[in-house]
Design a protein around this ligand. Structure first.
Ligand code: NAD
Length: 694
């Protein structure tokens, strides 16, 4: 049973009870309608409370209904019934009243809440807009500007803030139901106070407000469809009577639902929920206790990693080889915090608290009590070997020993210790204090509770942990190889760096692939390429970068790479020197430069990545295709509204088309990564999608 009706004297309570989060399923919608009918028919009932059992008010739509048409009665019907109801209705809010749940509350006359409740309209995160009156009621209740902000961000609003805005009438302590019933009793007999009857005055916003909002949101929510439709809906609230406004909202909702972005964003929503489900890791496996952490190496990564723990209030010991290294590392951390403080996002006191949680040291003795040690020293096995042998001697029994290596084998590293079951990879992405991805690399002998602890740590420091198998480059960097080399080859074959980068940025990437090379430093990989046979495509692809390195153009750090970077400016400027290097290198390789279309740029960069992704899946290095999408969304800024590279291949291109294109590029350019993955061949032959890959 999803609901019941209770009469408490002259107040009727419509109870919703649909564990775990009171999602608004068909049965809940029926229960709401039945409750209203019963309360309406009973003349002894003077006012009504809508309350929810369990830990929350209705937390939103029933996500199992997403993949089909909504079963009747729809939520708008419930809301219409609330509008047509004759007695005052009070919503009793606790937990999270999100989406449809908050829209039900908005259709009530009053809202009372516990102080720790949250409300919000997060539909934008699924590429949608509130489609059950939220866009018309919230502006009437709190004003156009705050309502627009709430719906475009989709972020939760704590009850005290919502109270201050006027969205909640009363904050109550203690027994919520009792308080809501008492509140309803006070209002019994009084006429209804429907939000729909409030009018927004014509001058609710300054002239030009909506055009300005559209411009601002186009920048903040680049390429996104639904935030702009939210502006349209709120404009309707400000300019039309209520009923035509609702009609407009419904039309705009359908436009959003039909737009491919909403399917992609829903995929991301489900992918995020899947990613923490680890086959073969039973929920009885409990993480090890974690109170303190140590980091070895205070360089680019070590410093950023230390900040994550300090931000979460977890003490960190930071070890370097010498005082100079420590001072430099701590200096960068302080500068980062101070820059955040300068933006008003941290107080001076918080900066000091966080710095105070980081203890610098030159001695391994200081690590003896750490529950988790993360190594972030130079990327060579010799250095890692020394570090892990020492850790094996000094770390306490049961401490987890993690490496942030990008490419080296976790099993080899684990072999440097007498406790390989305590070793795993924790691969952060640069900048480590910003990027949300954490690849958790499971070694052949990593203990289940060590894996569980790393995933738990990821949550505690607000990262998304994705489990990867132990293979060169794990998931993200392995797929990236195809992407980066295609970018370089396209430049040799005829595209300019800016053409390649602009195509990718237009697609939605935060920066182009060559700009990314400049940011990371073109010297990375220089030495390894020098050892290769120049006839290999790896060496050919790297030839331009190698020449740039030899000219001292290492990327942003030398203010010149594929682009020029004038001092104090990180905006790339096309360079004549580079154009010449490209032409000479192409001529040297006997390449006839040609015009290259935007479509070819996108297909080659992303298909190279996707075909490698198929191999990652086939080899069992990742558990599911959607995990690869999560890696790209959170580690590399792939646009969420495209769903991730694997989703893009399956839903924008189609797997049969992807396979055909791979064969075509293979015929033109040789095998490279164009030999289709057997997994892709099989899926296409069987008419299946990535969800059925494993
Ligand atoms: P970095 O050169 O910036 O920093 C390495 C630091 O380790 C230096 O400060 C160095 O003094 C210190 N160090 C070297 N040997 C040490 C030792 N024996 N004991 C203590 N400290 C020692 O390098 P980085 O970019 O921070 O990379 C560190 C690790 O992280 C590498 O394994 C790298 O592959 C990996 N990684 C790097 C990135 C990236 O984008 N830079 C991303 C993910 C992972």
């Amino acid at each position: 049973m999803s609901g019941r009706f209770e009469a408490r004297g002259d107040v009727g309570i419509i109870w919703i009870d649909n564990p775990p989060v009171n999602a608004i399923s068909q049965a809940v919608r029926v229960a709401l309608l039945d409750g209203l009918k019963q309360a309406g028919a009973d003349s002894a009932i003077k006012a009504v409370v809508i309350a929810c059992a369990g830990r929350t008010f209705m937390a939103g739509a029933d996500i199992t209904e997403f993949n089909g048409p909504m079963k009747s009665p729809g939520l708008p019907e419930v809301i219409d019934a609330l509008d047509a109801f004759s007695k005052p209705v009070v919503a009793a809010l606790h937990g999270t009243a999100f989406g449809g749940g908050f829209e039900v509350a908005l259709a009530c006359d009053y809202r009372v809440a516990l102080p720790n409740a949250q409300v919000g309209l997060p539909e934008v995160k699924l590429g949608l807009l509130p489609g059950a009156g939220g866009t018309q009621r919230l502006p009437r209740l709190v004003g156009v500007e705050p309502a627009l902000q709430a719906m475009v961000s989709g972020d939760p609003i704590p009850a005290p803030v919502a109270h201050g805005m006027g969205a909640i009438d009363k904050l109550v302590e203690g027994d919520l139901t009792e308080a809501a019933v008492a509140f309803a009793r006070e209002k019994s007999g009084s006429p209804r106070r429907r939000v729909r009857d409030r009018s927004l005055t014509a001058n609710a916003v300054p002239a030009g407000f909506f055009d300005e909002a559209r411009r601002r949101i186009a920048k903040e929510k680049r390429n996104l469809f639904s935030p702009q439709r939210i502006v349209d809906a709120v404009e309707a609230a400000a300019t039309l009577p209520f009923d035509p406004g609702i009609q407009r909202e419904r039309d705009l909702f359908l436009e959003c639902a039909r737009n491919p972005q909403s399917k992609a964003l829903q995929h991301v929503f489900f992918a995020e929920r899947q990613v923490s489900k680890i086959p073969g890791l039973p929920s009885e496996v409990k993480p090890r206790p974690l109170q303190s952490v140590a980091i070895i190496g205070a360089g680019t990564m070590g410093g950023g990693i230390a900040m994550n723990f300090a931000n979460a209030g977890i003490p960190v010991t930071l070890l370097e080889v010498n005082q100079e290294g420590l001072d430099r590392g701590l200096g960068v951390i302080r500068k980062n915090y101070e820059a955040t403080a300068a933006k008003g996002k941290l107080t001076a006191e918080q900066v000091e608290t966080r710095m105070g949680l980081i203890t610098p040291t030159l001695s391994y003795d200081a690590l003896a009590h750490a529950d988790l040690v993360i190594e972030a020293v130079f990327e060579t096995l010799e250095v890692k070997k020394k570090v892990f042998e020492t850790l094996d001697r000094v770390a306490k029994k049961g401490a987890i020993l993690a490496s942030n290596t990008s490419y080296l084998s976790i099993d080899t590293i684990a072999g440097y210790t007498s406790r390989p079951e305590d070793v795993l990879g924790m691969h952060f992405f640069s900048p480590a204090n910003v990027m949300k991805l954490l690849e958790v690399v499971r070694g052949a002998r990593t203990a289940p509770d060590v894996l569980a602890t790393a995933l738990d740590v990821a949550k505690r420091i607000k990262k998304v942990g994705v489990v990867a198998g132990n293979r060169h480059g794990f998931i993200g960097n392995r797929m990236l190889e195809g992407y980066m080399r295609e970018g370089s080859l396209l430049v040799l074959e005829g595209a300019t760096p800016q053409q390649v980068d602009q195509a990718l940025v237009k697609f939605g990437m935060p920066m182009g692939v060559l700009q990314m090379g400049d940011l990371a430093g073109l010297d990375i990989g220089y030495r390894s390429r020098k050892d290769r046979d120049p006839a290999t495509f790896e060496a050919r692809a790297g030839a331009v970068a190698d020449k740039l390195v030899e000219l001292g153009r290492l990327g942003q750090k030398t203010q010149a790479g594929y682009y020029d970077y004038p001092p104090g400016n990180r905006t790339p400027v096309p360079s004549g020197v580079v154009a010449k290097v490209i032409e000479e290198t192409a001529a040297g390789q006997g390449i006839q430069r040609r015009d290259i279309s935007e479509q070819e740029i996108l297909e080659r960069c992303f298909l190279a990545m996707v075909n490698i992704g198929c191999e990652v899946l086939r080899e069992g290095i990742a558990y599911r295709s959607s995990d690869l999408d999560i890696v790209y969304l959170y580690g590399y800024g792939f646009p969420a509204h495209r769903g991730g590279p694997m989703f893009w291949a399956e839903h924008e291109l189609g797997l049969p088309q992807a396979l055909e294109k791979l064969r075509e590029y293979g015929r033109e350019q040789g095998p490279r990564w164009w030999t289709p993955s057997p997994l892709l061949e099989r899926l296409v032959a069987e008419g299946k999608g990535f969800a059925q890959a494993v």
